[in-house]
Design a protein. Structure first.
Length: 119
């Protein structure tokens, strides 16, 4: 099993910044893609950003230029630096980690951390 511990959420005013962290532990042999998703009340879960083991990144159009995803492979940790936050960014942010084990890929989700942006 893989455990994910997220931290860094909170409440901030529009224009502010937050940094999320997600640390993976457990039966980790090879982490491939790490990413952040978010889900607002009444809305579908959506991709925010992903990063591969080699550092290639992908962002949702709505966060490009404001959010930066990074990872520390030695610590099995992924980060999301969020700047210029907007009320529309309010959501539960969930970390997802893809692990390669015995030739098969497995996806694991964190519990989520709440981000609230007030205008």
């Amino acid at each position: 099993q893989v455990q994910l511990v997220e931290s860094g959420g909170g409440s901030v005013q529009a224009g502010g910044s937050l940094r999320l962290s997600c640390a993976a532990s457990g039966s980790i042999f090879s982490i491939t893609i790490m990413g952040w998703y978010r889900q607002a009340p009444g809305k579908q879960r959506e991709l925010v950003a992903t990063i591969t083991s080699s550092g290639s990144t992908n962002y949702a159009d709505s966060v490009k230029g404001r959010f930066t995803i990074s990872r520390d492979n030695a610590k099995n940790t992924v980060y999301l630096q969020m700047n210029s936050l907007e009320p529309e960014d309010t959501a539960a942010y969930l970390c997802k980690v893809n692990v390669l084990r015995s030739g098969f890929g497995y996806g694991y989700w964190g519990q989520g951390t709440q981000v609230t942006v007030s205008s």
